[in-house]
Every structure is written in C-alpha cells, then in structure tokens.
Design a protein around this ligand. Sequence first.
Ligand code: ADP
Length: 410
Amino acid sequence: MMLVMTLSSVVLYNFFFYSLTQQLDSQLLTLADAAAHNLSAIQADRTAIHRKIQIIDDDGDLDIPWQDLRLYHQSVEWFDADKKLLAKAGEQFPQVPFVSSFHSWQQNGIRTLTIPVYASETNQQLLGYVRVSTSMVGIQKELNRLLMSLGITGVLEIALIAGTGWWLTSKALQPIERSFLQLQQFTADASHELRSPLTAMKTTVEVMQSHPERIHSDDIKKIALIESAIQQMTHLVEDLLLLARSDVASVSLSKTAIPIPVDEILFDLIDRLQPQAESQGITLEADLRDEVWVKGDAHQLQRLFGNLLENALQYTPHGGFIRVKMFKTDSFMVTEVTDTGIGIAPEHLPLVFNRFWRAEKARSRRQGGSGLGLAIAQAITYAHGGEISVTSKLGVGSCFRVKLPVFHNI
Ligand code: ADP
C-alpha cells in the first residue's frame, strides 16, 4: 500500500508541477508578446521604459504597467537583432547566456522565455528579441503545500490502513484461534479424563497379577499383554497432556520454576541407563560440568534429557557409542547427546520435532515409541527459554544439542 501511495503521490506531484509550469509558460508568452510591441519604441528611445504609463509605440495598446513587474517577481529584457541588451524592466533577471531562438529555460528558481521579434507578420525582418523571466517561488510554494498535504494524508491513510488491516486480520483469525484453543482444550481434557480409567485398569491388572493362582494358565500371557498396552497408553496420555499444557502456557512454569542442578540430573540419568547401554553393547560416556544450574522444573528436565538419551540408545546399533557432553558459557549451558546410530536423512531433519513423526525405517525398528519424544523435548526446552537443534548423517550418527539459560544467583 505504501508503494502504491508513494507512486501515486509522485505521479500527482509531477502532474501538478507540469501543469503549473505550463500555466507559467503561457503567462510568460503573453508577457513576452505584449513586451514585443514595445521593442521598436525602445530602440528609438531607450528612456521610454522609465516613463510611467505612457504610450511608447504607435498602436496605442501599451497596457503593461512595467512598474508592476516587481509585484509579480517578473522581468523583461529587450535585445536588438545583434543580441545587445537595449533595456530591461522588473527584477529576477536570469544569470544564463542569451539564446537567440524561441526558448524556455529554468534555472535557480527563475523561469525564462525568449522570443524573436519581427517587423510584422508579413515582414519577417528580425527586429530583436524579448526575454521575459519570472520567479518560481509561487509555484514552489504551491508544490510545497501539495507535498505537505500529500505527506499528511499519506500518514493518515497508512495509519488507517494499518488499523483496518490489523482489525480485519484479528477478526478473520478469531475463529481459527478459537478452534485451535478448543482443540488444545479438548486434548488436555481428553488426556486428563483418560488417566482415571487407565489407572483403574492398571490397578485391576496389578490385583489380578498379585494372585497368579486364580488366573487360568492360558490367560497369563494375555494379561501381561494388557498390562503392557495399559503402560503404553498411560505413557501416551501423559505425553499428550504435557504437550497440551505446554501449548496453553509456558507461563505456569515461571511460577513453579526453581533452580535445578542439571549436571546432577544428567549424572542420575546416565547411571540409570548405563546397564541398558551395556546390555545393548553400547558405550555410554559422559563429559559433564559441575554446578550447572538452570531455573525450571526438575521432572520436565529429566524428561527432556531422558528422551534424548533413550532415543540415542534406541537408534544406535550394537557396538555403538553415545557421548553426553556439557559445556557452559556465562549465560548458557549446552548439552550435546551424540550417537553413532542409524542417523536421520537430511530431508527428515526438519520433521523430527513434529508430533507423531517417525522415520519409516525406525518405525520397524522400534516398538512402543509414539513419535512424541522429541516434540516433548522441544516443548520443554522452549518452556525453559532454551533452544534445541539436531545435526545428523544417515548411517553415521546424530547429535542433539540443547541450549538452556543458566541460573547464577546460587
Ligand atoms: P519416538 O522415538 O517415540 O519414535 P521421537 O519423537 O523421540 O519419537 O523421535 C521421532 C523420530 O526421530 C524417531 O522415530 C526416529 O525416526 C528419529 N530419531 C530420534 N532420535 C534419533 C536418533 N538419535 N537417531 C536416529 N533417529 C532418531
């Protein structure tokens, strides 16, 4: 809109400039025509110009009050056929070389018109030239006024357009925002509501399993399957609830956040996962820093790094290597989880943090994962004011990098 308005303002300004100078030129031509009548009289008597209203030519139509030229910031100069200045009247004389032809010129705010004067229409004997000039101050004032009003209306129009645009956009987005909020609320409510029946099912299965003698031998396997399915669903429901809550607000975190030693969380996690790594024939190594504090939620930070480490274990084959490295700057701590696993294809890298996204190959490799692990890791990182990124090479390995603001006042 600004571009369109600027363009139309430039066109309007130029159009006005052109029509005003055209008008000025026609005034100059009238003045030059009138002054041309006096050329022969001035040639005969150069002092004629200084006499007040007086007939100085023979056609009796001297109706130009020369003394009034000052009033209009105009001037007239008479030249003979040899381009010699004979007389001049008025003010604002141009400082340009004389041009001996019909010529219009503009310089230093003065517009000039030169016309040749002939003896008569039929007798084309050159008598001399008349050069008339006028100041452009009047036009410039008009143009400045135009420019100012264009500027003021432009600013007002932009403000109006911006305001209307903002209003219309927010109106148009309202239903989308509403349905988005409803969807978030629905996910949160559904996940919340699913928790109780799942807990009831889990308890029932646990009670059944605590009395194996009452279970028919054919059903033991089925009950174990039900228990595993309940566990998977509970996990999924917890994940969905966490994501739905993090969508609604990370503000709640700032209220409950406390300083957490991240190094301890990572030490605990590595300790817990070491046996699993050993059983998979994977070397799990840590290079951590002491006393690294982050303001946040301990449980959520555990989930964040737990998800990354579990993924690394999940997608690294036997004989692989996983390294957790931590370093710290003045304001940030960075934790890198690097593995020598199956890696992620470059076209998949932008998708890994999407909810429910899983690489096709991995889908067959792993049972139980829902594709929410990295989405949760990202939501937790954002809620803590941090960033998460990944670099990976298919068949070589992946490196997940979490950057979190450190807490100092300890
Ligand atoms: P899940 O692990 O439950 O499938 P995630 O959100 O944790 O879900 O991961 C999404 C997908 O990203 C995984 O299915 C897998 O394809 C890929 N991925 C995650 N971590 C790694 C990793 N360390 N190495 C290779 N692929 C990975």
